[in-house]
Design a binder for this molecule. Structure first.
Ligand SMILES: Cc1cc2nc3c(=O)[nH]c(=O)nc-3n(C[C@H](O)[C@H](O)[C@H](O)COP(=O)(O)OP(=O)(O)OC[C@H]3O[C@@H](n4cnc5c(N)ncnc54)[C@H](O)[C@@H]3O)c2cc1C
Length: 445
């Protein structure tokens, strides 16, 4: 007899659902003695940089400590949008950066989304991409104000209306819940299969002549007299004309300057067992990607074949094991969408994202070392874009081609890269959501 109280399906696995169809594949290449550009990090940022360089005749070497694509790039929710992500992390952007610069950032964010779609087409990237739109639920009545500002930001950066608010009475058109107080629909948003996306990006870069080497760790580097670098790796030294760091949430001690500027945070996901398209549609009628306005937010979507639901969130602010986080996420999911009670989990996993101290994405160079990092939780489009920006900077373009390259990359006094304060921030965030009225088992608010 099956255990009807357990949230775990038989054969439950603590590994990304995406790896079933597209596991990160180890690529072992003998390391060359030198490369015109060495890129550290074989995720979306590093591979997008490599593709753009190689298309322009510079054949870079991409190193990853793990198999290529092993990081957040093959573990994420695969939910994409443009500038909407900016408004999510910073509500005071206009004041912080001034109206004109803010408009430039927002326009570039929206353009990045169009460029991403063009890239998928141009390179024929097989990644189950669909422009499905996004729905963001308001966890409290007052959150509708922030969603209104987000809609304005998106529409001001677009030719036509791309985003609008939905009142509480119409939320069920989007999702089978009574928990939200309304929401925001964003049309310029889509979904993809992250494992397939990073794999096809790697193949496209390789086809243009980039060399990929998994299982090679950067240990350190030093500048040489000719302006290049001597790069120390776990497989020995090599010379690089240029060096790029694209290690985001996995940035370690080999690059302390970057580490001091990033706050790594784990994000957790589960996949349900197959429940069939009809049941998925009953829960998520428009088959979009979804999020909410809480501090400790949920994000979720149908699987690319519409047979399962994938649900993610910050199940823990400590480094939780993925069996425990699965049970927590299952509670979050069934509390939000009660019709899913009894649906079991087949996969649970986690991955690291990185926040900038200023909650902004960053691209540029310091002391001749290029970087693209600080995805702030949403990086599929952003890191694809910033990788391209970094490549064009290395190819000799000017910084002003990207507003993001003009942002200073701040650190905080005494911060060395160890986010010891995250559990305290987690408690504060959970408290803020509770004060806003969000409680598990809260029923109709
Ligand atoms: C669970 C989860 C859900 C997410 N959901 C979404 C979403 O729905 N939409 C969205 O847009 N974004 C989402 N994100 C964020 C998105 O996945 C990231 O922003 C993006 O993948 C970052 O890509 P990257 O190439 O910068 O970093 P990564 O893909 O993390 O790659 C960094 C690589 O650097 C390597 N590395 C680190 N140190 C070294 C070293 N010393 N030597 C060699 N290699 C090294 C690591 O092994 C790693 O493979 C999510 C992330 C997670 C974890």
């Amino acid at each position: 007899m099956s255990d009807t109280t357990s949230p775990f399906a038989p054969g439950f696995q603590e590994r990304p659902f995406w790896w079933e169809a597209a596991p990160p594949t180890p690529v072992s290449t003998p390391l060359p003695d030198e490369a015109p550009v060495v890129i550290v990090g074989g995720g979306i940022a590093g591979l997008s940089t490599a593709l753009e360089l190689a298309r322009n005749g510079v054949k870079p070497l991409v190193l990853d400590r793990e198999p290529i694509g092993w990081g957040a790039s093959s573990r994420n929710g695969g939910a994409l949008s443009g500038a909407g992500g900016l408004g999510k992390v910073r509500s005071d952007l206009k004041e912080a950066f001034g109206e004109k610069f803010f408009a430039e950032l927002a326009e570039e964010g929206e353009q990045a989304f169009e460029d991403f779609e063009a890239l998928v087409k141009r390179e024929a990237l097989e990644c189950d991409y669909v422009r499905c739109g996004r729905f963001v639920g308001a966890h409290a009545a007052k959150a509708m104000d922030a969603l209104k500002r987000r809609a304005e930001m998106i529409n001001n950066a677009s030719q036509d209306e791309q985003a609008w608010l939905l009142p509480k009475s119409r939320v069920r058109e989007e999702i089978a819940t009574d928990r939200f107080h309304g929401g925001l629909v964003m049309l310029r948003a889509g979904s993809l299969h992250p494992g397939k996306y990073v794999r096809s990006l790697a193949r496209a870069a390789q086809a243009q002549g980039a060399v990929l080497a998994g299982g090679v760790e950067l240990l350190g580097y030093a500048r040489t007299l000719d302006g290049g670098f001597l790069v120390q790796t776990s497989q020995g030294p090599l010379r690089a004309g240029k060096l790029m760091i694209a290690t985001n949430g996995y940035t370690g001690k080999a690059t302390p300057w970057h580490r001091r500027r990033l706050v790594p945070v784990a994000s957790y996901m589960i996949a349900t067992e197959e429940i069939g398209e009809e049941r998925v549609k009953a829960a998520l009628p428009r088959l979009r990607v979804y999020g909410d306005t809480k501090k400790v937010l949920y994000y979720f979507r149908p699987s690319p074949d519409y047979k399962r639901i994938l649900f993610g969130g910050r199940a823990s602010f400590l480094d939780a094991d993925t069996r425990r986080s699965a049970a927590t996420l299952h509670r979050f999911m069934t509390d939000l969408i009660p019709d899913l009670a009894g649906v079991r989990i087949t996969h649970s996993w986690k991955g690291n994202v990185a926040f900038g101290i200023d909650m902004m994405p960053h691209v540029g160079q310091d002391q001749g070392v290029y970087y693209a990092m600080a995805c702030n939780g949403s990086g599929v489009v952003t890191m694809t874009h910033l990788g391209g920006v970094a490549a064009r900077m290395m190819l000799g373009g000017s910084n002003s081609a990207s507003a993001f390259a003009r942002l200073p990359f701040p650190t905080a006094p005494f911060y060395t890269g160890n986010p010891w304060f995250m559990p305290a921030i987690g408690v504060a965030y959970q408290l803020k959501d509770r004060l806003d009225g969000w409680r598990l088992g809260g029923g109709a608010a």
